[in-house]
Design a protein. Structure first.
Length: 121
């Protein structure tokens, strides 16, 4: 192989090497752009996750408050039913007090009301 042939071969190799380096440089740039895009998405997702956690905590607090208010309302209803039962029993006792035999029947009814009330409460 002559020197001219060797020079031509080296020149072609250099041209091929430059094309190869250019291709690698393009891949590097694409990779850096992809990594930057992914980093931005991770940042966005991290921010959104923090927002969602704050929302979850607020909802948990609201649920706790609602459950507490529900428990208080149930207790108030039970207390109201007991007061109404007692007042009704007092009125029945005074209304039926003068009817013969009604006191025993009234006591029997009141025991049934009390046992149902105790079973619920």
């Amino acid at each position: 192989m002559s020197h001219v042939d060797e020079l031509r071969f080296l020149r072609l190799e250099l041209e091929n090497t430059e094309e190869y380096v250019d291709a690698l440089e393009g891949i590097r740039v694409e990779r850096e752009e992809l990594i930057a895009g992914l980093a931005e998405q991770v940042s966005t997702w991290s921010t959104r996750a923090g927002e969602l956690e704050g929302d979850r905590q607020a909802l948990a607090a609201a649920l706790h408050t609602v459950e507490h208010e529900r428990d208080e309302a149930v207790a108030a209803v039970v207390a109201f039913r007991r007061r109404v039962s007692v007042r009704l029993a007092d009125k029945l006792t005074s209304a039926l007090g003068h009817v013969p035999g009604s006191t025993r029947a009234l006591r029997w009814v009141l025991r049934g009301i009390k046992s149902r009330s105790d079973a619920r409460g």
